[in-house]
Design a protein around this ligand. Sequence first.
Ligand code: FES
Length: 202
Amino acid sequence: MSLKKVHDKQPDTFEFTKENLELANSILKKYPENRKKSAVMPLLYLAQNQNNNWIPLAALKYIGNFLSMPYVNVYEVATFYTMYNLAPVGKYFVQVCTTSPCQLRGANEIVKVCQNKISKDQGTISKNGLCSWTEVECLGACVNAPMVQVNNDYYEDLDRANMEKIVDSFMQDKPLEPGSFRGRKNSAPEEKENKTNGTTNA
Ligand code: FES
């Protein structure tokens, strides 16, 4: 895993929109008075959604002030979790799980497709500006390995051929539907009838 990329062109200031400020205050109410700092993660996520899917350093400072929390502690959280982007990402941000179960099921092939079709290096936006990709740790869908997360959706049960089609669809700004690419319903068995030890399970 590479170190998190921080954008070299930073805005001077950041503040929540009126709507997000209301949302931030309602998030704060969920935490006890002496545990307000625990709201740092949802507030970072809110800032990221507001700023086209990446968080400027000014937003880290703003959130630090908002929560009376040292800037460095906000920075630590934002740089630890891959869900926070500190530099711009593509409209379609492809996160490839490369943890062991996905590796064993062919995640390297999925990475190669991203390198060939999006950009050689992770964290670099494609020439048409639509896509970027990165490697991430387990996304909790190991039973559908290998898989990728694209924005808020999961594309699962992948192989090189269907990943090529998926990436092509993003590069043409006509995204394919997410889900299993072996036709499974969530993580259910592929066949309607699953015969085990002579018994039939519907
Ligand atoms: S190892 Fe890839 S989703 Fe868990």
